[in-house]
Ligand binder design. Structure first.
Ligand SMILES: NC(=O)c1ccc[n+]([C@@H]2O[C@H](COP(=O)([O-])OP(=O)(O)OC[C@H]3O[C@@H](n4cnc5c(N)ncnc54)[C@H](OP(=O)(O)O)[C@@H]3O)[C@@H](O)[C@H]2O)c1
Length: 128
């Protein structure tokens, strides 16, 4: 991980679960992590608990609903202004509605596709 020390990572869905775990691990390895999710307060709490490491690692939280393209573009614009860009992109945000093919709700299917298919495509394009 030494080569990534001081570099910048974007982690989507950093407010809980696997994304919070990845964000914390990258910070401990000296990365500057821009963690995004809708519940930015949870990311800020995690950031406070991690602080800034001896190698300069830290977690910066930003509110972003990945189903909103303007929110995504704001994240990349902020990262460019603050850090000069992003070196590592972790498309982690996800959710699952209990919504089966036979009885499911179209809105819930659309939400899952937006968060887990379309958003990672937009984020990857903007990252590259
Ligand atoms: N846990 C498992 O066993 C497992 C297995 C296979 C795949 N996965 C995948 O791994 C990823 C993380 O899973 P997890 O278990 O850590 O889930 P989790 O604890 O429910 O966390 C999901 C994260 O995604 C974020 N998110 C959801 N909708 C969002 C939106 N519209 N905009 C921005 N962020 C959004 C949530 O943040 P906010 O609610 O604050 O926005 C949260 O931070 C998901 O993609 C999941 O599908 C998990």
């Amino acid at each position: 991980m030494d080569r990534w020390c001081g570099r910048v990572a974007l982690v989507t869905g950093a407010s809980s679960g696997i994304g919070a775990g990845i964000a914390a691990s990258l910070v401990k390895n000296g990365m500057i992590v821009l963690g995004v999710a809708r519940d930015v307060e949870r990311i800020k709490k995690l950031s406070d608990s991690l602080g800034t490491t001896a190698s300069g690692g830290k977690l910066v939280g930003m509110k972003c609903d990945v189903t909103n393209e303007d929110d995504i573009k704001s994240v990349f614009s902020y990262a460019k202004d603050q850090f000069g860009g992003i070196d590592v992109c972790v498309n982690n945000a996800g959710l699952s509605h209990s919504s089966s093919l036979l009885t499911g709700d179209t809105k819930e299917w659309r939400n899952m596709l937006d968060v887990m298919i379309l958003a990672p495509c937009i984020i990857t394009r903007e990252f590259m």
